[in-house]
Design a protein around this ligand. Structure first.
Ligand code: 13P
Ligand code: ZN
Length: 222
């Protein structure tokens, strides 16, 4: 099974996508970008890759795939602007993943608008592995129209310095060297958000990892 199909199955299994939610992209060695078709059920990708996946060039023109005649994900702007920026900056990340994980969405609703710094500090302080898995933290945007040019441009800008970007009332986006690394980053952030949310629902957040420990784990990240 391809990396894209494996990750799409996981997104569905974890309940991080519903109806047509979620999309993935992977810059390939040949320079093309593998992306999911717009409007597909993520659960269908592994059983019907010919219809659910296709390749676009760096401007978003379809090169191959999308056998059912579909078009690339409506979040293509975020994916391509980000992957083009990463390549131009000589970075090693080649994959981007977007989905709708419930705990971090609920945390955003609970705490209201947050800066990336505040959200990052909170998530890092919930679990020791966070600093290791997303050492550059989470950027946070304001609410935006899905698939909009503004969302794409602001997301790519955040990825210059962050591993993840939070879209309030919508979801998370992550980059990684592989789609599996991007998936793991979402998994870790969602775990930390779930811990924070459970604590807020109980007696509140009464303990946070000391900054020295967070920084030591971040320093261990490759
Ligand atoms: P697409 O099906 O067009 O990828 O849209 C899903 C989504 O999650 C939009 O944000
Ligand atoms: Zn979405």
């Amino acid at each position: 099974m391809s990396q894209a199909a494996y990750v799409c199955d996981e997104l569905y299994r974890r309940g991080w996508t519903e109806a047509i939610g979620g999309n993935v992209s992977l810059r390939m060695e040949c320079g093309g970008t593998l992306v999911t078709v717009s409007g597909c059920r993520i659960a269908d990708v592994s059983s019907d890759p010919q219809r659910c996946l296709g390749v676009v060039d760096s401007q978003g023109e379809v090169v191959s795939g999308f056998a059912g005649g579909g078009c690339p994900t409506s979040e293509l702007g975020s994916h391509l602007t980000t992957l083009n920026m990463l390549e131009a900056d000589g970075r090693c990340e080649r994959a981007m993943l977007h989905c709708h994980p419930p705990a971090i969405l609920a945390l955003g609703v609970t705490l209201g608008e947050m800066t990336g710094e505040a959200l990052t500090e909170l998530l890092w302080s919930m679990h020791t592995e966070c600093g290791l898995i997303f050492p550059r933290g989470v950027g946070a945007l304001g609410a935006m129209v899905p698939g909009s040019e503004e969302l794409g441009a602001k997301t790519a800008e955040q990825f210059k310095t962050r591993d993840l970007v939070f879209w309030p009332h919508h979801g998370l986006a992550a980059i990684g060297k592989t789609l599996v690394e991007a998936y793991d980053r979402i998994d870790m952030a969602e775990k930390a958000a779930g811990i924070a949310l459970a604590a807020l629902q109980a007696s509140g957040i009464n303990s946070k990892l000391p900054e020295a420990i967070v920084n030591a784990t971040r320093a261990m990240a490759k």
